[in-house]
Design a protein around this ligand. Structure first.
Ligand code: FES
Length: 568
């Protein structure tokens, strides 16, 4: 196959002319023939004024270019979509597959011998890895890195576990308007991704465990000089991969590396979103994430990282304690150390070089875990025939076995309008139910699964309740919250059959979620459901593509035609 500028010529029916024309135009940029004859390293640019998490991307790109050129190759930067959590309507998940398609097709369409993808805000790394896996070009991933922590009245603050906690206090009347405004200016004190173990941090750790990024790259704070030295080194590695034509993602992503990623996901107290993204990435390979096997793993793998929302610390503390290499060292035989990484080194070498930090208490040994079991459990039952997920490491232990009356909300809008109504018939022992918030129903499976505690209960001091939905939840959130109920209600899942006052039983120890209504009654309710029809919003454009092809949570919410098998 042709290399460098000669790759993937534009079709004019005359290859010689195509190359002649390509060179003539690119020379308009001032490049020399020497530069244009080098291996090419493509670099994605996801900088955007709408994406503060990616605020350091221009500086990272400069460092990558430096590394590429120091190693004798030619860097070429190109733009792709950027997605920021709080600027994506209706929700960032709605756009993840669009970003994956954009990134994959730009990698395929433009001549490059390897590619560096730079991302971080929740959906960006998953989208970029899904793209890289499908394009299967040698790829280096660079997470933008976490923000540094904030401070308020002597307390350390982190986005967005503390955003939610302090907003909850404001709703409950425990802090006033002046204080919540002061907090608003202190929660995100630098560029970079949320500095708790949310989805961004989770995906950065998983990426490192998969061997797709350099050691320590998940945890180096976004503004630190070390972040840019790591980017320079990533550029050097990408230049080497361009020359060697490997390793490709298909060579690095093995059954063992996916298992390692699942072990790390459990041990970090990772985001439930990480499971959906890892499933989508695997479905673009010959490997699969099996929910039963993932749950079995959860009983073997302890939570070792003491980070919010499961623990007490923040990403920069995890970094200074030794980062992901030290975590994998602590996990011992649970990690397959023969798995390879982008540099050609095995995880054995990565773990062997892990820093020893005397006295650190952020990365615990297996003998002294934060929790003896993993962060997440997979639940099934008549309410979730294809599964549901709970992050029980961040839940209230006394609610993990609970039976309560259902208080049902038919949509996110319905919930928003009624949750604080003083007349709402609800008490602390009830189970809040949200439906039509899944991949197809909302659309895009918004992070609405963290239903707020009804105002009258919050003001009475209630901090947590059992909440269940077909939605997702931010990895930064805390609570006894059952998510990803599959199939979702909008495609006729049993969640559509729940009525106010039904009893729902949650039993995390036995991994079950049950609607305590007999089968005959459920069948009667099913027969009375209105026929599903395409909503007006999904008649054209991307909304139509999304509505027609989105897969369920247990399949990673990819589009059906983007999986490795493609549309069947
Ligand atoms: Fe971008 Fe949290 S908002 S990582």
């Amino acid at each position: 196959m042709a290399d460098g500028l000669r790759k993937g010529l534009t079709s004019y029916g005359d290859a010689g002319f195509s190359l002649f024309l390509r060179k003539a135009f690119i020379k308009a940029m001032g490049y020399s023939d020497d530069a244009l004859n080098r291996p090419i390293v493509g670099i994605t640019n996801t900088h955007s004024d709408y994406n503060p998490c990616h605020g350091n991307v221009p500086q990272i790109i400069e460092a990558v270019k430096r590394g590429v050129m120091l190693n004798g190759a030619m860097p070429m930067v190109f733009p792709t979509i950027s997605i920021a959590e709080s600027f994506a309507h209706p929700t960032s998940m709605y756009l993840r597959n669009l970003m994956a398609m954009d990134t994959e097709e730009m990698i395929r369409a433009q001549p490059m011998d390897s590619v560096v993808v730079i991302g971080g805000c929740d959906k960006t790394l998953p989208a970029q890895i899904m793209a890289a896996v499908s394009a299967d070009l040698p790829t280096v991933v660079i997470p933008v890195g976490p923000m540094v922590v904030g401070h308020h009245k002597g307390e350390v603050l982190g986005a967005c576990t503390d955003c939610r906690r302090l907003w909850g206090k404001f709703r409950a009347g425990e802090i006033d308007e002046t204080e919540i405004e002061a907090v608003n200016g202190r929660l995100a004190p630098s560029v970079g991704t949320c500095m708790v173990m949310g989805t961004a941090s989770t995906m950065a750790c998983i990426t490192e465990a998969l061997g797709l990024s350099l050691p320590m790259s998940a945890t180096i704070p976004a503004p630190h000089a070390e972040r840019f030295r790591s980017a320079e080194q990533s550029g050097r590695v990408a230049a080497e991969m361009a020359r060697a034509k490997g390793p490709r993602p298909s060579e690095l992503l093995t059954e063992a590396s996916f298992r390692n990623a699942q072990v790390v996901l459990q041990a970090i107290g990772g985001s439930t979103n990480g499971l959906i993204h890892l499933t989508a990435i695997a479905n673009r390979t010959e490997h699969r994430i099996d929910l039963d096997a993932f749950d079995r793993l959860s009983r073997e793998v302890p939570v070792l990282i003491d980070l919010k929302p499961s623990g007490a610390h923040y990403m920069e503390h995890f970094h200074h304690a030794g980062g992901v290499p030290k975590l994998m060292a602590q996990l011992g035989a649970l990690i397959d150390l023969d798995a390879r990484t982008i540099t050609g080194a095995s995880l054995r070498e990565v773990v062997g070089a892990a820093e020893q930090v005397p006295g650190q208490d952020v990365i615990r040994p297996c003998g002294d875990p934060i929790r003896p079991e993993g962060a997440m459990a997979v639940l099934t039952g008549n309410l979730a025939p294809r599964g549901a997920v709970i992050k029980h490491s961040a839940a209230t232990p006394s609610l993990l076995q609970h039976t309560g009356r259902a208080v049902v909300f038919d949509s996110v809008e319905d919930m928003t309008q009624r949750i604080d109504d003083p007349a709402l018939d609800v008490d602390a022992s009830d189970v809040l139910v949200l439906r039509n918030a899944g991949p197809k129903g909302a659309p895009g499976m918004p992070e609405a699964g963290y239903l707020p505690i009804p105002l009258k209960l919050a003001r009475a001091g209630v901090k947590d309740m059992v909440r269940i939905s077909d939605a997702r939840m931010s990895g930064t959130a805390f609570g006894t919250i059952v998510l990803h109920i599959t199939p979702e209600s909008a495609v006729g899942g049993p969640l559509a059959l729940v009525r106010n006052g039904d009893l729902i039983r949650l039993d995390v120890a036995s991994r079950s979620i049950a609607l305590l209504v007999d089968d005959a009654e459920l069948e009667r309710r099913r027969a009375a459901l209105p026929a599903t029809k395409t909503p007006d919003r999904a008649r054209r454009g991307y909304a139509h593509l999304f509505h027609e092809t989105i897969l369920q949570a247990d399949e990673g919410c990819d589009f059906d035609f983007l999986t490795r098998a493609g549309k069947t």
